[in-house]
Design a protein around this ligand. Structure first.
Ligand code: GLU
Length: 424
């Protein structure tokens, strides 16, 4: 779906979107601009063939990737995506967005990402396990707790992270919990990790709403994507008094002027794995979603959703990017002109990687924190990062995205410059 909308609307790929975002920040970088080309080249990209014995006796070959975009500030960090549209271009862009995200949050990581072109819902559990274990084995030549630490992303979960941890550990001959984050709690996972991304969307959204003059109490909220991120963010906004008037997932678009009962919708989704058929709202056309009068929009699905055309007609005040890369650069300009505030993905959805960082630290120390401690630390880091970027945007009279990129690129390129070029 996302690849199709790229092709139809603007004809630019995710990696091109990222490159254009870099072009926009370079004029703000002063002398560091000399090093900016480093951000336009992924450091390392691995393509792997993954043969899997399928349940029907056949052998199927899947294509997988792990890209380390930049390691100037620390080991690579970033999730693994299982989705039918995964390709090298997308994984490159996602890895680059991780570089920016980790630096914008001041986490001691570079950026990486992985993925397999597969529809995980079409595989049996056995096939999924064999796929994951062989993929892990193939990328084990470049990952490691001090080199590159994977995590969940679209289409992967804690169970898959457990298989990754186990496969890597078997090869090492020792249990290495810090090789991957987003694991089950009893295997060195962190409390609060599962809800962290959605929680971060709420925290950053709340802070920006205050400053942008948007009231959450009584606001009209629309959410695209009702997975892990959309779900938790929606729950917290409802708790804070917002009314969810529209929710879209791959199966349907639901609308209810009086507000959708998200607890009931959650129950429905737990049973059916999608929102279609839910009785507490009417089903509308997919495209109508973008015409709805709303105050806050949370795109929490895939990249390439807010096109130029959609940006021109969107009727909202605040966009909180739960997904990675949902907005095209040209659409960004329109939103800016129309005074619609966008909290960019690299800050808005950074709660996940922030708690991943905590998980990695806890695994390294073999000492685990309480959920309260984790949430407290996460909120503090996110609020401080958000404020820093808000002030940067005011100082430079630019969008929050450009401000986040200024903060991140300065940190990355300063590290790059001081490390110098090997061998000199
Ligand atoms: N996949 C998530 C992201 O896009 C989390 C990455 C991580 O925890 O390393 O931020």
């Amino acid at each position: 779906m996302n690849k199709l909308s790229y092709a139809l609307d603007t004809n630019i790929s995710a990696w091109t979107t990222y490159l254009r975002q870099i072009d926009r920040v370079v004029p703000y970088l002063g002398d560091l601009a000399r090093w900016a080309d480093t951000l336009r080249h992924p450091k390392r990209a691995l393509i792997v063939d993954i043969p899997v014995h399928m349940d029907d006796g056949k052998i199927h070959h899947f294509e997988g990737y792990r890209v380390q975009h930049n390691l100037s500030r620390g080991p690579g960090k970033g999730g693994i995506r299982y989705h039918p549209n995964v390709d090298l271009n997308e994984v490159m862009a996602l890895s680059a967005w991780m570089t920016i995200k980790c630096a914008a949050m001041n986490l001691p990581f570079g950026g990486a990402k992985g993925g397999i072109r597969v529809d995980p819902f079409l595989l049996s559990e056995g096939e999924l396990e064999r796929l994951t274990r062989r993929y892990t084995s193939e990328i084990s030549i470049i990952i490691g707790p001090q080199k590159d630490i994977p995590a969940p992303d679209v289409g992967t979960n804690s169970k898959i992270m457990a298989w990754i941890m186990d496969t890597y550990s078997m090869k090492q001959g020792a249990t290495v919990t810090s090789i991957v984050t987003g694991k089950p709690i009893h295997l060195g996972g962190s409390l609060g990790r599962e809800k962290a991304t959605g929680r971060g969307v709420f925290i950053t959204g709340r802070e920006v709403a205050k400053r942008a003059g948007v009231k959450i109490q009584g606001s009209r909220l629309a959410v695209q994507g009702f997975g892990n991120v959309g779900n938790e963010a929606t729950r917290l906004f409802v708790e804070a008094g917002a009314s969810v008037i529209a929710i879209q997932d791959h199966s349907s678009t639901l609308f209810n002027e009086r507000g959708i009962d998200v607890v009931a919708l959650n129950d429905w989704q737990d049973k059916h794995r999608k929102i279609i058929g839910f009785k507490g709202a009417k089903q509308i056309d997919r495209d109508e979603f973008w015409d709805i009068h709303m105050d806050i929009l949370i795109p929490a699905a895939l990249e390439g959703q807010i096109t130029l055309e959609r940006a021109k007609k969107l009727n909202c005040k605040l966009i909180l990017e739960g997904a990675n890369g949902p907005t095209y650069p040209e659409a960004d300009d329109i939103l800016c002109q129309r005074d619609i505030t966008v909290v960019p993905d690299v800050i808005c959805n950074a709660g996940g990687v922030t708690v991943s960082y905590f998980e990695w630290v806890q695994d390294m120390a073999s000492f685990f924190w309480s959920e309260d401690e984790i949430n407290l630390r996460m909120d503090k880091i996110m609020i401080e990062a958000m404020l820093h970027i808000w002030n940067k945007a005011q100082e430079n009279n630019c969008s929050l995205r450009t401000a986040a990129y200024i903060v991140a690129c300065e940190r990355i390129l300063m590290a790059r410059k001081d490390r110098g070029i090997y061998p000199g």
